[in-house]
Design a binder for this molecule. Sequence first.
Ligand SMILES: [Zn+2]
Ligand SMILES: [Zn+2]
Length: 327
Amino acid sequence: MSIASPAPIPTETLGGTSTDNEPVAKKRKKDVAPTTGDRRRFANVSYWAIGWLTMAHLVAFTAPWTFTWEALAVTLVLHWMTGSLGICLGYHRLLTHTGMKTYSWVRYFFTTIGLLAGEGTPLDWVADHRKHHACSDQEGDPHTPNDGAWWSHLTWLAYHTHNGDRKAYLQRWAPDLYKEKGMRVLDILFLPAHIAVTGLLFGIGYLWQGLDLGISLVVWAMFLRLVTVLHATWLVNSMSHMWGYRNYETTDDSRNNWFVAIVAYGEGWHNNHHAYPRMAKHGHRWWEFDITWQAIRLLRAMGLVWDVVDYRNAAEKKSLDQAKASA
Ligand SMILES: [Zn+2]
Ligand SMILES: [Zn+2]
């Protein structure tokens, strides 16, 4: 088994190297293009994203007429898998912030589940999110509520986040992933993978109980699940930058929001996360429950991930290591 090798990552988004998890420096680079003003142009409208998201919402609206208990059960399981394991653990804490190390196959397993959350390819997601950390609530942030609450939640997706040159944008913000052949393959598999899973769910339902369950599984476990995971993630960008409390003084408006922490599997402790981006543990106080962190702990106990960044900074890591050694 090969170990995923680390490649250079834009460090202003990460807050240090793998052993040093210091907060993001206050001084920021001026590399903010394209700004929201640049993006809000007719030429930058992403018809693809608008079509994809509109279709998902329209199909999800038929959920009341297609309900079955079987589909509800499958929906809940897939919601957790794609939302928590795929997006929070895979796309966010592993790929974007490299908060842990793992085998290549484990990394691709979680990335593929993340792909099926309908939030875009790993390359786009990681690039956008790293730029969000680098420019958070300032010029260049792809989705700050300073440009409007609805903009930060949803409408920012109606425009490309690059300025016409996607390759340059990805090479700037996700150079490590852009170099990986596997990530480039997943980049073109976004739509085929969703079509395949839709067909699979329909087939399982049809063979299990017939046409009604086939349709129910497609509407619930595919489209309603997609829409609810999407809005949970979007709440992190909107609500967690507007409402909640702060444990740390950061250069942005990030907040810890308990409601978002519940629906987005621990990602609502967003002020903690902005203060210490590489830390794989987002809940920093005892009541800040983070279910994705529990999954990471389990994976660590199983030996599937290691070198997990579960400390705030180098000094805290040192004292934790010393306490462990003397215990
Ligand atoms: Zn944020
Ligand atoms: Zn982040």
